[in-house]
Design a protein around this ligand. Structure first.
Ligand SMILES: *[C@@H]1O[C@H](CO)[C@@H](O)[C@H](O)[C@H]1NC(C)=O
Ligand SMILES: *[C@@H]1O[C@H](CO)[C@@H](O)[C@H](O)[C@H]1NC(C)=O
Ligand SMILES: *[C@@H]1O[C@H](CO)[C@@H](O)[C@H](O)[C@H]1NC(C)=O
Ligand SMILES: *[C@@H]1O[C@H](CO)[C@@H](O)[C@H](O)[C@H]1NC(C)=O
Ligand SMILES: *[C@@H]1O[C@H](CO)[C@@H](O)[C@H](O)[C@H]1NC(C)=O
Length: 343
């Protein structure tokens, strides 16, 4: 038994080196010679500080450019995917801001890794506040858009329902974190299983109020096991290899991507697509790989949204491919979308 465990651990370590797949121009940490990246921060409506990066073309300090707020995948930080999208769009002349959602990365919020979808959405509006009050974009309050990757796709839609200052909204590889928490992928979670999860989170509250340690849930496997599912492997290849691994100051590799167990059920009450039609006539663009395990969420949002809306399939692409594979992410289409709709 010991031998089996030992060889599985060895296998896991070997795979953590080999699993990395950099095909199709994977370049999560891309930096552009043409773009300045400047750390910034600003308060939410609840006076918590959001950490962010501001991106703009080096040779362009004018106030004529439209701006885009970019949110990272759930469990990630702005250094994962969001900076890449923000940089690529800044190269096209946009002023962009990549944010750490509250409780994650360098943004404030205790305990760390807490789930609070309302505050995640609020961070997008806080970024709009920031952009609209800088001289950089002072004449451009009418030209600010939002872009959410994975979980942030659902947070930016949640924000846009309450914040018409977000004039155009795009998502990439969207995860509806509410449906995911309630039903699992492709409705794989039964009501009984959901009740069990809710009971477990409630029990963990007793543990914590009695002085026990926090516990963490979901996120990405810390070590690949032989029976890991294809979806688990897909995330592992990005979050646990040099391809996309990033540990923010104050965290540890073991804790990255994992929300707290006692707060994860906050997603059960999160219905980002309820009322999505009220975003109209502001335009929505949903981008998903046609092979993505998450494609149901973009399809669902698209079918519920009112015009103008577009569902853009990236042929052959999976979910995580649109985090960093620069040859698959349709940056030109994104730039066109924002150029047209923030003009
Ligand atoms: C690497 O990723 C690409 C894009 O998802 C995929 O087509 C290819 O099969 C992967 N290669 C390996 C060896 O897994
Ligand atoms: C733009 O120029 C103004 C005035 O020179 C300066 O104060 C400001 O910091 C510049 N902004 C950026 C983002 O470079
Ligand atoms: C950087 O700027 C140069 C000069 O304007 C331009 O030729 C080049 O295409 C730009 N590169 C990128 C990646 O935008
Ligand atoms: C914008 O510029 C004005 C005048 O140049 C200055 O007084 C103000 O502090 C600036 N605001 C910001 C947010 O930089
Ligand atoms: C998901 O499954 C439940 C039963 O477990 C069913 O009531 C519900 O309609 C299903 N939803 C979808 C979207 O298929």
């Amino acid at each position: 038994m010991k031998t089996v465990t030992q060889s599985m651990i060895t296998l896991g370590m070997a795979m953590s080196v080999m699993a990395q797949n950099l095909s199709y121009g994977a370049d999560n940490f891309y930096r552009s010679n043409n773009v300045t990246m400047q750390p910034i921060s600003f308060p939410t409506q609840y006076q918590t500080t959001v950490a962010a990066n501001l991106f703009y073309l080096k040779d362009q300090n004018n106030s004529a450019a439209p701006a885009i707020v970019v949110g990272h995948p759930m469990g990630a930080v702005k250094e994962q995917s969001a900076n890449l999208y923000a940089t690529k769009l800044a190269e096209q002349g946009f002023i962009t801001v990549s944010i750490d959602i509250p409780f994650w990365g360098s943004s404030e919020g205790e305990p760390r890794n807490t789930v609070l979808p309302e505050l995640y959405a609020e961070a997008f509006s806080a970024a709009v506040d920031y952009l609209g009050t800088q001289n950089l974009t002072s004449v451009d309050r009418e030209r600010i858009g939002g872009l959410g990757i994975c979980g942030s796709g659902s947070f930016v839609i949640s924000a846009a329902k309450l914040d018409p200052r977000l004039r155009a909204i795009a998502t990439a590889s969207m995860y509806d974190m509410g449906t995911l928490a309630r039903q699992g992928l492709q409705n794989s979670t039964s009501v009984d299983q959901l009740k069990e999860t809710i009971a477990g989170a409630a029990q963990q509250r007793w543990t914590e109020i009695d002085g026990g340690e926090p516990q963490y849930t979901s996120g990405t496997l810390n070590h690949l096991t032989a029976n890991a599912t294809p979806v688990e492997r897909e995330f592992y290849d990005y979050y646990r290899t040099e391809r996309g691994e990033f540990t923010p100051v104050g965290s540890t590799p073991e804790l990255t991507t994992h929300p707290t167990l006692s707060s994860f059920t906050k997603f059960v009450n999160f219905y980002p697509f309820s009322g999505i039609e009220t975003i109209s006539p502001r335009p929505l663009l949903f981008i998903s790989g046609d092979q993505a395990h998450s494609r149901e969420f973009s399809e669902d949002a698209y079918s519920r949204a009112a015009e103008p809306k577009e569902l853009l399939w990236v042929p052959g692409a999976g979910h995580v491919d649109l985090y960093d594979r620069t040859e698959l992410i349709p940056f030109q289409r994104l730039a066109q979308f924002f150029q047209t709709n923030l003009s």
